[in-house]
Write a protein that binds this ligand. Structure first.
Ligand code: GAP
Length: 456
């Protein structure tokens, strides 16, 4: 294999991603010192920057770029009637079977037909229980009593917080149909099987937008939102050959949906759902009208005060699942030398600059002779506009590799010439090319590079 060879995509295993995440402080196992908590993960210093960047990008695309979409931050705890109205108490279930011998639990719909028919555990051959419905909502009690009257749920989706506030928002923000409400927040599901790192967890974050439209206009908006959500991933550098659409068949459609498409990403374990676009019809507002007794009709003043329950087109993405997709997509191993040792290879995260946890690293060639001070001065100039880091320890080549491994798109190196002629070296992560530029042009050059960034 020659210089600049790449590792075959198939060799990019989840183990490598998990190991990098731990080593460099992206994601840690929750409560690790106690042996870890299944289905829960903690986001370290680089992980939280990455997560914030993805959610900021989504928020920008959904609110800043649209006059008719506003934001909301609803609470996680909601009146329990919400979940009766939404259908979650009755329908939000997975089919569960247990092995009587080894006590393993399985989703019946994930088992081979033969195992299910013979009621045979695929792990130990033991006898399986009958299939029973298992509700995925976490249930707890609010207040000092713990009887049925105090039952409360952790929300399993952020969407319902939007529906119950729909009238407040129409009235307070004078929104006119068609309009949308966007929200990012935590959701909780008591998943039977949590595997593949942060792909399916019990605690996760969603980025959801509910778009309220006139009945009859829903199919047009459904197509429009499919287009916009696809374009989001392209804009932020996800490789398009790693994405595909999957339309839900009749047996997959959620109880509220008339039509649903998933954007699937090719994770190391195969193509899996990243985001859903759903035509939820008037199901949700209709049910909340019925269960709350409140009139949730929209009065269309532009159409002779016509009254109707709006249809809803929903775009629903997992933030933490997006983070995993951005990580997997960015991960690359590249042969950059021919010495016959480990240094011949570099690991590089090819994040879009607006997604990368750190945008610019500032590196003095030496700590001494005033180079460190000068580098800190330059970092101070950059940090108002870009996320920066500073690293003065080790050989410069090693420092570049450290930055490549966490996806920093630009390194600025300050050397002895910088003291003489006020110039610096700007090094690009993807090509590893270096250019010498005047210090005063640094900010505008980085700005331009970000604007014109194209994934290699
Ligand atoms: N409001 C509609 C809704 O919640 P969903 O398909 O159940 O629809 C939407 O979830 C997105 O939320 C999924 O595409 C996925 O990205 C994310 N998601 C769902 N369950 C998850 C879990 N257990 N762990 C991580 N992300 C999850």
């Amino acid at each position: 294999m020659g210089k600049n060879a790449k590792v075959d995509d198939h060799k990019i295993s989840m183990e490598k991603i998990v190991s990098l995440c731990k080593r460099r402080g992206f994601v840690f196992q929750s409560s690790e010192i106690y042996g870890g908590q299944n289905g829960a993960w903690d986001y370290g210093p680089l992980g939280i920057e990455l997560k914030n960047n993805i959610s900021r990008a989504w928020w920008k695309e959904m609110t800043q770029m649209h006059d008719n979409i506003v934001g909301l931050d609803a609470s996680i705890l909601m009146h329990p009637r919400t979940w009766e109205a939404s259908g979650h108490v009755e329908n939000f279930t997975d089919p569960l079977v247990d092995c009587k011998k080894c006590k393993s639990r399985f989703r019946a719909d994930h088992l081979e037909a033969e195992n299910l028919e013979k009621k045979e555990c695929p792990d130990c051959g033991g006898e399986l229980t009958d299939t029973r419905k298992f509700n995925l909502m976490f249930k707890t009690n609010i207040g000092p009593t713990d009887d049925n009257s105090s039952v409360i749920y952790l929300r399993p989706e952020t969407a319902q917080g939007i529906y119950v506030n729909y009238k407040n928002i129409v009235q307070s923000s004078r929104m006119k149909i068609p309009f949308g409400i966007a929200q990012i927040g935590k959701a909780f599901r008591n998943e039977i099987v949590t595997k593949n790192f942060i792909f399916r967890t019990c605690e996760f974050e969603q980025m959801e937008m509910q778009f309220f439209v006139k009945p009859g206009d829903d199919e047009k908006w459904f197509e429009q939102w499919k287009k916009e959500r696809w374009a989001f991933y392209e804009k932020y550098g996800i490789r398009m050959n790693k994405l595909r659409w999957h339309q839900h068949g009749p047996d997959e459609l959620a109880h509220y949906a008339k039509d649903a498409y998933d954007i699937e990403y090719e994770f190391p374990m195969g193509f899996k759902e990243l985001e859903g676009v759903h035509n939820r019809t008037d199901f949700d507002l209709g049910r909340h009208t019925e269960y709350s007794g409140k009139d949730l009709q929209y009065i269309d003043q532009e159409n002779g005060n016509q009254k109707y329950i709006p249809y809803i087109v929903e775009t629903s993405a997992g933030l933490t699942r997006n983070l995993l997709a951005f990580l997997c997509d960015a991960y690359d191993e590249e042969k950059v030398g021919d010495k016959g040792n480990a240094d011949d290879w570099r690991t590089v995260l090819r994040f879009h600059p607006n997604i990368a946890p750190t945008m610019v690293a500032v590196l003095p060639l030496m700590k001494k002779d005033g180079l460190a001070e000068l580098a800190k001065e330059i970092q101070a100039e950059l940090r108002e506009e870009f996320t920066t880091s500073y690293d003065q320890s080790g050989a410069i080549g090693k420092r570049y590799r450290r930055q490549d491994e966490v996806g920093t798109p630009f390194c600025v190196t300050v050397d002895y010439d910088s003291k003489e002629d006020d110039s610096v070296t700007l090094r690009f992560r993807d090509s590893m090319e270096q250019v010498r530029i005047p210090r005063k042009e640094l900010i505008s050059r980085i700005r331009e590079e970000i604007k014109n960034y194209k994934r290699v």
